[in-house]
Design a protein around this ligand. Structure first.
Ligand SMILES: [Zn+2]
Ligand SMILES: [Zn+2]
Length: 369
C-alpha cells in the first residue's frame, strides 16, 4: 500500500518585500525529537530586518524562517516523554545536553549545539535540527510542521491558550527570564527605554512582579498600548529635564532600581545608565547589529556600582515560573494588549509590512491558515 505522501508548507522570503509558501518534504525525526504542528509562529525580526532589508542572522536565510512558536505534537518515537496531542511551547534551537549551558539550565541559544563557531553555520541551531534528523524540512517555525528537541518543549497547561503561551519566546519570555537574572521584585522601579516587543515583554514581567514601570519613549502608539497594560508614568527622552522627571518618580530621587534597553542604540542606553541608582542593574535587551556605545569601566560601572547584563532567550530554569505566570489573569490581559495583530500565514506580507511601520506590538502568524 502506498503511504499517503504528506508534505510540509514553508514560508520563504526569496527577495525583500515578497514571500512564497513552498512545499517541502514532511519532516523526519530521530530519537529525542518530536514533530509539532505549529499553530502560531510569532514574528521576531523577520519583518523589520528580513522582509525590509534581507538582513539575516546566522541561523536563518530566505528559505528557513521563524524560531518562535507553539503547536501540537503530531509525532513522537517510542520512549518519548510526550504524546500525540500534547500542546507545547517550542523554545528555539537544538539541545546537546552536555555543555555548560545545558547542565546549568541556561538559555538554549548559548548551547554548543546552536553555536555556529562549533558546529558550522549549516549545522548549528535550527539548521542543525534538520541536519541531525536527516530531514529536508522542519527546523523552522514559519511552516505547517516543525521538528523540536523534546528538551526544548514545554507542555502548555490545559487552562492556558496558545495565544498566551506564544508570548513565551521573544517577548514576554525574554523579559521574564532577564528579570529573573536582574532580580526585579515588588516595590522596585523599572525604567524601560526604546519600546518594541521585547521591551513590552519586560513591562508585562515587571508589572506581574508588582514593580513600578516608567516608559522612556516617543512612540505614541506604543505608549497607548502600555497605558492599557497599566503603565502610568511616561517620560519623553528628548525633554531637557527628562532625567529630573525620571528621578522625581523614584524613592528619594535615588534613580531607578533597574533600567531596560529595548532599542540597542546608545541614545537610550546612555540615558538609562544615567537614570539608574547606585548598585542598580542595567539590562540590554535591544538588538541593533553594529551599534556601539562608548563605555568607561570607571565611570559607567565602578563609580555607580552598576551591574550591566543581558541575555538572549529564556533560561531553562525559568520556564516553569514563566508558564505558571500565564495562568495569571493580569498577565493574560497584558499579552492580549501586546499582541496587536494576528494574520494567517497566507497573508504574511501584510503582517511584515505592519511590523516595519512600528505601529504595532507583537504580531502573530497562524501557520495553519
Ligand atoms: Zn548544550
Ligand atoms: Zn525571536
Amino acid at each position: 500500500m502506498a503511504a499517503m505522501s504528506k508534505t510540509n508548507l514553508v514560508l520563504t522570503i526569496p527577495e525583500p518585500g515578497s514571500f512564497e509558501l513552498v512545499e517541502r518534504p514532511y519532516p523526519k525525526i530521530k530519537s529525542g525529537y518530536a514533530v509539532i504542528k505549529t499553530e502560531i509562529a510569532p514574528i521576531c525580526l523577520e519583518g523589520t530586518r528580513i522582509w525590509a532589508e534581507h538582513d539575516f542572522e546566522f541561523h536563518d536565510d530566505p528559505y528557513h524562517l521563524g524560531h518562535e512558536g507553539v503547536g501540537t505534537v503530531v509525532e513522537v518515537l517510542p520512549g518519548s516523554n510526550y504524546k500525540v496531542g500534547d500542546r507545547v511551547i517550542v523554545f528555539q534551537g537544538d539541545f546537546c545536553g552536555q555543555c555548560h549551558v545545558c547542565r546549568n539550565g541556561l538559555s538554549p541559544t548559548y548551547c554548543q549545539a546552536n553555536n555556529p563557531d562549533v558546529q558550522g553555520v549549516d549545522r548549528a541551531a535550527m539548521k542543525g535540527i534538520e541536519y541531525r534528523n536527516e530531514s529536508e524540512s522542519g527546523g523552522f517555525a514559519m511552516a505547517h510542521y516543525r521538528i523540536a528537541p523534546e528538551a526544548n518543549m514545554y507542555r502548555i497547561p490545559d487552562a492556558a491558550e496558545f495565544r498566551h503561551a506564544a508570548a513565551c519566546n521573544c517577548s514576554f519570555g525574554v523579559g521574564f527570564s532577564n528579570q529573573e537574572l536582574m532580580n526585579v521584585k515588588a516595590g522596585d522601579t523599572v525604567l524601560v527605554g526604546g519600546v518594541g516587543f521585547i521591551a513590552m515583554g519586560h513591562i508585562i514581567s515587571a508589572l506581574y512582579r508588582n514593580a513600578t514601570v516608567i516608559g522612556l519613549m516617543r512612540n505614541k502608539y506604543r505608549e497607548g498600548l502600555l497605558r492599557r497594560m497599566g503603565v502610568e508614568h511616561f517620560v519623553n527622552p528628548d525633554d531637557d529635564d527628562w532625567l529630573e522627571q525620571v528621578k522625581a518618580l523614584t524613592y528619594e530621587g535615588q534613580g531607578v532600581d533597574h533600567a531596560v534597553d529595548g532599542s540597542g542604540v546608545n541614545y537610550y542606553q546612555e540615558r538609562l545608565m544615567q537614570a539608574t541608582r547606585l548598585y542598580g542593574t542595567v539590562n540590554f535587551s535591544g538588538h541593533t547589529p553594529g551599534a556601539k556605545i562608548a563605555l568607561s569601566p570607571l565611570h559607567h560601572v565602578i563609580d555607580p556600582a552598576h551591574t550591566l547584563l543581558g541575555q538572549h532567550d529564556v533560561r531553562v530554569k525559568d520556564r516553569e515560573g514563566l508558564v505558571r505566570s500565564l495562568l495569571n489573569e493580569a498577565v493574560q490581559r497584558m499579552i492580549d494588549v501586546m499582541v496587536t495583530h494576528e494574520f494567517p500565514m497566507s497573508q504574511a506580507g501584510e503582517a511584515f509590512d505592519i511590523q516595519v511601520g512600528k505601529q504595532c506590538g507583537k504580531i502573530y502568524l497562524y501557520t495553519q491558515q
